[in-house]
Design a binder for this molecule. Structure first.
Ligand code: AR6
Length: 167
């Protein structure tokens, strides 16, 4: 497996699957979620609506999959990261692990060989960046069948953390 880190906008990355840091409503938001829906077009939201009608959104730590719409990827996997709360650290670490793990499992189920992740939960949801990076890297490493994993960091702090941890 090749694991790399780049700094930039995940909507520009050409891979089989890009992962979205969504919320339980699946109806879009700001941050990376807003960027994905804006660049991917209405087809993604349309599929999210159907999923909502079927199963009522997406639980924290779970994943759902839609088309990539106009994005240069085949699929978007939407996952909902935990909102950070110091007093619940242990439980929330497991939830964030599930986000990465279930995204990798679903991507492989769809025969994807490449996947790009944003830094789930480290924006609006305030999960500590270093801890999140450790969880992300150690979890994806368990999936040797995936050929390529790209961590797409938007901010320099995350980019530097991943560079350091992957070197
Ligand atoms: N490409 C890659 N990463 C990005 C981009 C982008 N275009 N834009 C922001 N980031 P956040 P969360 C980074 O807040 O913390 C939404 O409103 C950002 O710098 O997008 O999981 C959802 O609807 C940060 O490192 O997601 C939820 O309500 C990372 O993406 C809520 O925010 C995640 O930041 C989810 O919060």
């Amino acid at each position: 497996m090749e694991i790399s880190v780049v700094q930039g906008d995940i909507t520009k990355i050409a891979v089989d699957v890009i992962v979205n840091a969504a919320n339980t409503s699946l109806m879009g938001g700001s941050g990376v979620d807003g960027a994905i829906h804006k660049a991917g077009g209405p087809e993604i939201l349309e599929e999210c609506r159907k999923i909502r009608a079927r199963q009522g959104g997406c639980k924290t730590g779970e994943v759902v999959i839609t088309t990539g719409g106009k994005l240069p990827c085949k699929y978007v996997i939407h996952t909902v990261g935990p909102v950070w709360l110091e007093s619940k650290a242990d439980e929330l670490e497991k939830v964030l692990t599930n986000c990465y793990q279930k995204s990798m499992e679903l991507a492989l189920e769809k025969n994807a060989t490449s996947i790009a992740f944003p830094n789930i939960s480290t924006g609006i949801y305030k999960f500590p960046k270093e801890l999140a990076a450790e969880i992300a890297i150690s979890t994806v490493r368990k999936f040797a069948e995936m050929h390529e994993v790209i961590f797409v960091c938007y901010d320099s702090e995350n980019f530097n953390l991943y560079k350091q941890k992957l070197s």
